[in-house]
Design a protein around this ligand. Structure first.
Ligand code: 3HC
Length: 271
């Protein structure tokens, strides 16, 4: 997701500092971006010059201090509240006073991240969708402490990236995931109950509802670990059985069958 967001910003003319925990993950993220831009050149959607200009706007680093001159940080690390809290604490110390600190979380409480900083009025959610380069929507999540100017600046950034922003309360799942994940979870339940096969459930939802992807292709795209973390966070917030992850999903994550990123999920990507 980080690579998709960075690509989107760079393609739309923003200078990007891509900070990763290690040099190897930083290089891998840049390689993913290069691959994606090369594909667009091959398809004739971009010129080689446009690709090169976008890549030239991206700097890769492992040091948080290299973020000291940026106007906006978009955090996109693992969906783990403690990890994100610690990072926001460090970001508060490594960035300029005016920098907006935004999180790409979809389910964790943005207010808890805001309160890790000395600038809770400059912290909000900016939630992109997979694949970030393609999906139009950005949810701007507003914790109780956020200032109107911060929301306006983040909306303006999203629009400059060609996205449509919507504003939403700081509540787990915001709009899209609160509605999407009960559906994805129930698809796993149907399959687990032996009602239909993975392929037929995907075919049914594409053909019957006009969805671009069936639920299993989408779960594999999002990642089963991310999907499980989202369901767990939704359940934690609302205690609604609709959000209680189906056991098969938890077992597949334990088996490291995570979807596209691991080569196998509900579908097989190894060939
Ligand atoms: N990276 C970059 N570009 C991509 C891409 C990727 N991973 N996947 C597809 N694209 C581009 C293609 O290059 C193509 O671009 P073009 O029209 O300019 O040539 C365009 O997207 C369409 O791709 P394809 O023709 O290959 O395939 P499809 O028409 O099937 O579209 C899809 C692929 C856009 C992924 C479409 O299937 C889709 O919209 N699926 C639903 C995705 C969705 O629901 N996402 C939300 C997930 S929830 C989420 O992200 C929330 C988070 O919190 C978990």
């Amino acid at each position: 997701m980080g690579s998709g967001i960075a690509e989107t910003a760079a393609v739309n003319g923003f200078d990007v500092v891509l900070r990763s925990r290690s040099q190897s993950t930083a290089d891998a993220t840049l390689a993913t971006m290069e691959k994606s831009l090369n594909r667009q050149v091959e398809k004739g959607k971009k010129t080689e010059a446009e690709r090169d200009e976008a890549l030239a706007r991206v700097t890769v680093t492992t040091a948080l201090t290299d973020l000291k001159d940026v106007d906006l940080v978009i955090e996109s690390v693992v969906e783990d509240l403690e990890v994100k809290k610690e990072l926001f604490n460090e970001l508060d110390r490594s960035t300029a006073e005016h920098t907006i600190l935004a999180t790409n979380t979809s389910t964790l409480p943005v207010i808890e991240l805001a309160m890790q900083t000395g600038r809770p009025d400059k912290v909000c959610g900016v939630h992109f969708f997979n694949p970030a380069q393609v999906m139009e929507l950005v949810e701007v999540a507003k914790p109780l402490t956020v200032a109107d100017e911060t929301v306006a600046a983040v909306r303006a950034f999203a629009e400059a990236c060609g996205k449509t922003p919507v504003e939403v309360k700081d509540q787990a799942g915001f709009i899209v995931n609160a509605l999407l994940f009960p559906y994805l979870n129930n698809a796993v339940r149907l399959y687990e109950q032996g009602v239909a096969s993975v392929a037929d459930i995907d075919t049914a939802m594409k053909g019957g509802c006009g969805f671009p992807m069936g639920p299993f292709a989408l779960l594999d795209l999002v990642g089963l670990d991310t999907s499980l973390a989202i369901l767990d966070a939704l359940y934690q917030e609302f205690r609604d059985p609709n959000y209680a992850a189906v056991p098969l999903l938890r077992r597949m994550v334990a088996a490291e069958q995570l979807g596209r990123k691991s080569g196998q999920g509900f579908l097989d990507y190894r060939t």
